[in-house]
Write a protein that binds this ligand. Structure first.
Ligand SMILES: NC(=O)c1ccc[n+]([C@@H]2O[C@H](COP(=O)([O-])OP(=O)(O)OC[C@H]3O[C@@H](n4cnc5c(N)ncnc54)[C@H](O)[C@@H]3O)[C@@H](O)[C@H]2O)c1
Length: 448
């Protein structure tokens, strides 16, 4: 570690988490309501935050012989759950109680237990454009003379929330619907072009980008839980660095892709070939309905398909993975609601080319898997902003662990292997706290 690095790391370099932390969520549907109701249930001692690394996870420090393995939340200075205050935006009106009932992820009894709390949170009118989410028709939405006006209305919402809630710091996380597929356009390339595009109502600026721009302009970190580009454009990376407001995304790594990034590194480590990987899903929640539109599905498909390419590196391992057929399907099937079923058929081959098959049938609960990721991201993004070694980096690649299609620096391919991602995350925590990194070399246990 250089002297400059050393000055930027260690517990003393990290600003303490005084006061309350505001969590601002564009899109208060299944994930957001499950997150917020879940945090409240944990605060009241009704349930445990399973699935959350920040709440349940431990981290080893030093040598295996030292027996130093604190909880992550005791090791790094994270905001405690009691300090979180929630708000957000949506197009449906009503309160979070109504939204949680509609999402139907949590049991009715559990929602009723927290009814007054959930009723006290009213989503603000959204900056919405049906062109980007074809299957939804808004009941409430902002009106403005152009995109710049809408984005500035979001900035006003942020200022009002700051004042009313008395929060010292804020984080924004997009839990809104998946927007239609778009590739990078000139308007996304520089901050100047983007800000001109806001005034000119450029058709390639999506609603999620308006929230991201507004948050970053206010110096607020921004995470993207959906697969659309959103903050993953050079213009907003530029703004993030300029404002010292960290960014990360895309697409929470929950059901099928989580399992994929657990299994694929195992096959690769053992040099087992893969000739085909067929993945299909049925789900019946609103996310499934939105993804039933081909333009919205395309965004999700791109996010889900990239994973195996990066893990298997077929160009470097052509005999093992060069001819792999990979297909991903999502079918909207209302009876299942949020309880998605994801099937995988994997055709692998081993010694002398003999074929084998693996079948995975994951009966999961989409938002139960996503909510703890959203919580961890909010707490870690707040930590990143208080940490000199992280706040000016822009993209927080160490949070790839949480994403299907992790944002990474221009020219650097993203890391998809869940175990590398986990090591990267924990080593980042060790690094910022001035602890030794763990390489797992271990030779020194066996020397003289
Ligand atoms: N649930 C999961 O496991 C999971 C996993 C990975 C990614 N995601 C992504 O997370 C996002 C949320 O998922 P969900 O299951 O909560 O979906 P959801 O449909 O229940 O909620 C999304 C909400 O966003 C709102 N919305 C859409 N456009 C908006 C805008 N411009 N401003 C404000 N609100 C807007 C919708 O009205 C809806 O209430 C989706 O993009 C989904 O693809 C979810």
């Amino acid at each position: 570690m250089s002297n400059t690095d050393a000055a930027q790391t260690g517990a003393a370099s990290i600003k303490p988490h005084t006061g309350k932390l505001g969590i601002m969520i564009p899109g208060m549907g299944a994930v957001a309501t499950t997150l917020i109701a879940g945090v409240e249930a944990v605060r009241r001692g009704y349930a445990k935050p399973f699935g959350s690394l920040t709440q349940m996870g431990t981290i080893r420090l030093g040598k295996r012989t030292e027996d130093r393995t604190p909880l992550v939340k005791d090791f790094v200075p994270l905001a405690p759950l009691n300090d979180l205050v929630f708000t957000g935006w949506d197009i449906f009106g009503g309160s979070l109680y109504d939204a949680a009932r509609t999402a139907a992820v949590l049991d009715r009894d559990q929602i009723e237990q927290m009814r007054p709390f959930l009723e006290s949170i009213q989503p603000m009118p959204a900056a919405f454009d049906q062109e980007w989410v074809k299957r939804l028709t808004p009941k409430v939405q902002k009106k403005g003379k152009n995109k710049c006006d809408l984005a500035n209305q979001i900035r006003n919402d942020i200022s009002e929330f700051r004042a009313k809630s008395g929060t010292d710091r804020q984080v924004m996380i997009w839990c809104g619907s998946t927007e239609i597929y778009k590739e990078l356009k000139p308007v996304h390339q520089t901050l100047a072009a983007f800000e001109k595009g806001l005034v000119d109502d450029d058709p390639d600026i999506s609603p999620s980008m308006l929230y991201a721009w507004a948050a970053l302009k206010e110096g607020i970190p921004f995470a993207n839980g959906a697969p659309n580009l959103c903050v993953d454009i050079p213009a907003l990376l530029e703004l993030s660095k300029k404002m010292g407001a960290p960014i990360c995304g895309k697409d929470f790594k929950t059901g099928q892709t989580l399992i994929k990034t657990v299994l694929a590194p195992g096959f690769k480590a053992r040099q087992l070939g893969v000739s085909g990987w067929y993945s299909t899903n049925i789900l019946g929640n609103r996310d499934g309905e939105v993804l039933d539109d081909p333009d919205n599905f395309k965004t999700k498909e791109v996010s889900k398909l990239g994973v195996l390419e990066y893990i298997f590196q077929p160009e470097k391992n052509p005999e093992l993975y060069g001819d792999m057929y990979h297909k991903v399907r999502i079918n909207y099937y209302p009876p299942r609601g949020d309880n998605k079923e994801g099937w995988d058929n994997i055709d692998i081959f081993g010694w002398l080319g003999y074929p084998m098959q693996i079948k995975v049938d994951f009966l999961c609960r989409d938002s139960i898997l996503a909510a703890p990721l959203a919580l961890d991201l909010c707490l870690f993004m707040d930590l990143a902003q208080r940490t000199p070694a992280l706040r000016n980096l822009g993209i927080q690649e160490w949070l790839s662990f949480y994403f299907k299609d992790p944002d990474s620096a221009p020219g650097v391919y993203p890391e998809h292997d869940l175990f590398i991602q986990s090591m990267k995350l924990k080593n980042t925590l060790r690094h910022i706290m001035g602890e030794d990194l763990i390489t797992h070399l271990g030779l020194d246990y066996y020397g003289e």
